[in-house]
Design a protein around this ligand. Sequence first.
Ligand code: MG
Length: 287
Amino acid sequence: MRPHDLAEHHSGIALEVLKDALSSAGASIKDISVIGYSRGPGIGQSLLIGAFVARSLSLKLNKPLIGVNHPIAHVEIGRIVTGSKDPVILYVSGGNTQVISHNGRRYVVLGETLDIGLGNAQDRLGRELGLPFPPGPVMDSIEGNWIELPYTVKGMDLSFSGLLTEALRKLRVGFKREDVVWSFMEVAFSMTVEVAERALALTGKDELLLVGGVAASPRFREKVRRMCEERGASLKVPPPDLARDNGAMIAWTALLSYLHKITPPEDPSKSHILPEWRVDDLIWPLI
Ligand code: MG
């Protein structure tokens, strides 16, 4: 999807999403006390639509407006639903692959992909194979034999683009599809688990919280679970609808921020999105 189409899509369904959310909560618009929205990071055009709707509601209802950091929202909803206290967080989705940890005053990124997210690499390979979107569930269940593919971990950081390029090349020169897919997943998942393990060792923490869309992959979860078991760490995974991108995580984090006065409410006429906002750009206590 092009950014322009994303914006069209978001503005087209915004009011319907709001109505559905209110009716499934059995609430009316008057019950709302705080307006939260995803301020960043992300694709500017889609962030703008969310911010626009949130600002309009804030002005109309005269309620405080709180812009939320998207990765922190993944972490906070994950912590509250799994009862996790001070975990190492493995955030793996289409656009993001990060290992995050709290260090006293803020969440910090210990390691991350240097190019594309694991999910996007997977989607690109799936597209090449003509699989329906999202291809993850089908690719997860494909069995094959091991073939050599580039495994790139640099300290705590990862790179998936070399792996993807080589997997695509191997498909073109006639390697079996199932072998390429199976080995691609094996390498991508192993790299990610290795970095998470290193973060557990470095921080001495004994909980791993797995968030983001790729948390839904049983093959990935199993790899992470085995690593945690070997280290004596406990693995926490929110249910899939709260692990992938969702509105509840933004609402919950806005409420947390408001109640604990972490970030001051924004002036709706001056607020702006932050497409490059990182978790370490803001002070955020562990509550
Ligand atoms: Mg996300």
